[in-house]
Design a protein around this ligand. Sequence first.
Ligand SMILES: NC(=O)c1ccc[n+]([C@@H]2O[C@H](COP(=O)([O-])OP(=O)(O)OC[C@H]3O[C@@H](n4cnc5c(N)ncnc54)[C@H](OP(=O)(O)O)[C@@H]3O)[C@@H](O)[C@H]2O)c1
Length: 256
Amino acid sequence: MKPTALITGASSGIGYHIAKWFAKAGYDLIIVARSKDKLLSLQTELQDSNVTVIPHDLSVPNSAYELYQKIRDEGKTVEVLVNNAGFGLSGKFEDTSFETQQKLLHLNMVSLANLTRLFIDDIIHSPYRNVPNGILNISSMAAFLPGPYMAAYHASKAFVQRYSEALAEELTGDGVTVTTLCPGPTQTEFFKRAGNDKIMSSFRDAPEDVARQGFLGFIKGKRVVFPSANIHAAVLFMKLMPSSLLSKMTKKMYTR
Ligand SMILES: NC(=O)c1ccc[n+]([C@@H]2O[C@H](COP(=O)([O-])OP(=O)(O)OC[C@H]3O[C@@H](n4cnc5c(N)ncnc54)[C@H](OP(=O)(O)O)[C@@H]3O)[C@@H](O)[C@H]2O)c1
């Protein structure tokens, strides 16, 4: 028997590479996203590992509980939860879709929080004491600054950041690691899906590097992980700046 890592958003980008790292480290995997074909192709790629594929949309009400039930129906427990699935929404606020904003808030915040609550007992009571058990939440550099023209996304990541850091402190006595990975711009499907593929297009990190830093940070029990010294320095700078100035800078970047 091996510990199981549940990874949401494993069909592409950062989550796809995080899944490969957990497989390499000897975890069984449960991989979740909407794109069944992409998940099946990752399962084939990881044929030496035990990989369960669950196509599932986490942006709709009750979806975290339904996923929890599907995993229980398979007779499985979850010792590591990677809340990676997420998306952005860019554009003039009144022109953005009500429905899309609702899905964003549900996926990026509600499902993340609900999955964390639903699986925390499994994680706390993990029988596998020789490997880390815990939660790896994917936040963003965006958590540290207001995002005009991407307001809901930035605010959702601020939620992830505070939620995760609070749980990290609260759960430390239970032997549970809670790591928050804060990527900067990363070369994935993210910007195209958000509706603006021009944003910081020449400053993007490779998703495999970002995933590696997140995985290693989790294994080492770190609370907050920045994928590079540059991203860390940028966040330190943001913490020193007045919020009103940060808003103006971000607005400029998103409307360029
Ligand atoms: N790329 C960046 O610059 C960047 C920077 C900071 C933080 N992040 C964060 O990193 C995480 C991963 O994003 P990425 O950059 O790797 O982008 P990505 O390539 O677009 O990957 C997003 C993943 O989330 C899944 N997903 C999207 N909507 C879903 C839904 N409704 N239900 C279930 N799964 C869903 C996608 O799969 P399906 O489409 O198959 O469902 C995909 O596997 C996100 O939380 C994002 O906010 C990204």
